[in-house]
Design a protein around this ligand. Sequence first.
Ligand code: M7G
Length: 329
Amino acid sequence: MADSAAKREIDSVGSDELSHKVKKAKGDSENGQGEVGKESENVLSGFKTSSVLSDSAREKNIFVRGKLADQDAVVILEKTPIREDALAELFSGSRLRLEMRNDIYSTYRLQAPPHLNEIKTTVVCPATEKHVKKYQRQESFLVEETGEDYQSITLPYIQKQSFSIQWVYNILEKKAEADRIVYEDPDPEVGFVLLPDFKWDQKQVDDLYLIAIVHQRDIRSLRDLTSEHLPLLQNIFQKGKEAILQRYKLPASKLRVYLHYQPSYYHLHVHFTKLGYEAPGCGVERAHFLADVIQNLQSDPHYYKTRTLFFPLRADDGLLSKFKEAGRL
Ligand code: M7G
């Protein structure tokens, strides 16, 4: 138990590699493989908070901006769900403080053993201004993008502005998260790597979240897909579902399989989440069912080149300004 608790902490904090990275300048290290599984030094002990980007009492998380060894950083803290298999230990091994008692009702503060009271922690360091914006709570606006808008507004913008996808290449090249891979088809054309999304702590299937990252490196998003990519998409759909059934015992009827448009990272990937889990970004304004994408490309090979697509953009997203400048909003 202690081992797996430590593993979870190190997985989410990002391993010893992080402290190494923090001390070094940005871009110094491209390799994400650290000593996963061992207890990490507390790289957050010197974290200096500058502002809270957003928080949610309901989701029990907080997104904090600050400095880590003089570098900009974003830290995400999130309380994890209470697992059924931990209940016996939670009841027997905790301390209870009575808060109030009234008739048949009583409330307590329960102090659980530390390993049952972990906080999933994600660190982005060095964080760019774009990361800060991504995690800041903001009003958003729905944008209508024609095929021409994509060519004249969106594509030039993402070519200049998008997030680094080094983390994706680290996964594909087994330089990071290699021990987390659930399934891989190594074929360069139709192959992909399936692994847990870093939002998922893998402790319970209720909030299952995996991503399939394609081996092909020149497909940015939904907009680049044509009927030529059908074998790739069908392969991901079929083998991804099979791998999840085998590993997690979840049948296809329990899965929501989709792509984001716009994505944050412009290297084609597919999201696999458990049906019923309200994963961030699974709403109709951003998620496109993989099954629909396949059917649309079967009926029109250039469907995603020509269709008008809708998506939300945050108030201070540079792409939103470009749409405004072009008089498209
Ligand atoms: P997206 O649709 O490009 O953007 O999805 P979103 O983050 O706005 O949803 C990228 C997915 O990759 C998200 O679900 C992220 O949580 C996940 N992700 C991002 N990073 C940097 C990592 C990482 O380093 N490792 C893993 N396993 N997942 C990541």
